[in-house]
Design a protein around this ligand. Structure first.
Ligand SMILES: C[S@@+](CC[C@H](N)C(=O)[O-])C[C@H]1O[C@@H](n2cnc3c(N)ncnc32)[C@H](O)[C@@H]1O
Length: 241
């Protein structure tokens, strides 16, 4: 190896040693982002992941508009607002509130709604945590969420909050990555337990095949009972695979 290469190698080693703490922090953050299927900024997420998921959003919007053609719908973890804006266009009888823990995501989502003619009256976004939703009891006819559940620090608490803000008889459709069902996480059982201990008490889990026939996503379908029933705690989730 020439002297130039030895010098470059030595310079790299010295830099890595001097900045090792910062490098470790960057690597840990990158690893956490990859694990959480997230990106470091709302813009990067919207541009890369959001664009790649355009077909998935279209499919979800279609299913949600068919299930809840009108009424007040809450989107939890609404991110950059792609789904809410699409839904508002597809279902003119629907009013949408998106809630997300990230200010940057909410700002981006609000900008997207403002760009769509006449949407700002029907589509609102606000900052909030699924663990303490900033809404009154029984405020919404339906709740939808995509790819957010795996981020929630306490998913059981999140389901409980979703139940609280739903009107009796209201439904929730929670789409997430199918990693919940992979063997190492024993996700199927975890989802069943989550539902069983939640005030919903029962629900259905379906594999969502997209793109094509790839079983990459999962849909948790829940409904708030019309009457309060003392069923929480019983293992009542059903699975359709
Ligand atoms: C992977 S992104 C999904 C965004 C959008 N739903 C989509 O499908 O593109 C996950 C979103 O969930 C939000 N999120 C994470 N934890 C949350 C919490 N505790 N409460 C509300 N939103 C949360 C994140 O800020 C992020 O916008």
């Amino acid at each position: 190896m020439s002297r130039k290469w030895w010098f470059t190698l030595a310079a790299m080693l010295v830099t890595a040693t001097l900045f090792r703490n910062r490098l470790r922090a960057i690597l840990e953050r990158t690893y956490a982002n990859i694990r959480a299927f997230d990106l470091p900024s709302a813009g990067a997420y919207d541009t890369l992941v959001g664009t790649a998921l355009e077909g998935f959003d279209a499919r979800v919007a279609n299913e949600v508009a068919a299930a809840y053609p009108g009424g007040k719908v809450l989107e939890v973890g609404s991110g950059p607002g792609r789904l809410a804006v699409r839904l508002a266009r597809e279902a003119p009888g629907m009013t949408l509130t998106g809630v997300d823990i990230s200010d940057a995501m909410v700002e981006r989502a609000a900008r997207r709604a403002a760009e769509g003619a006449g949407l700002t009256e029907r589509v609102l976004f606000e900052v909030g945590d699924v663990g303490a939703l900033p809404f009154a009891d029984q405020e919404f006819d339906a709740v939808v969420s995509t790819l957010s559940l795996h981020h929630w620090p306490d998913p059981a608490r999140g389901l409980s909050e979703i139940h609280r803000v739903l009107k009796p008889g209201g439904g929730a459709r929670i789409y997430d990555l199918a990693h919940w069902l992979w063997l190492p996480a024993r996700g199927g059982d975890r989802l069943a337990q989550l539902v069983a201990v939640s005030p919903f008490g029962e629900g259905e889990v379906e594999i969502v095949r997209w793109p094509g026939s790839v079983p990459a996503f999962v849909l948790l379908r829940l409904r708030r009972a019309r009457e309060n029933r003392p069923t929480a705690g019983e293992p009542a989730a059903r699975y359709r695979r």
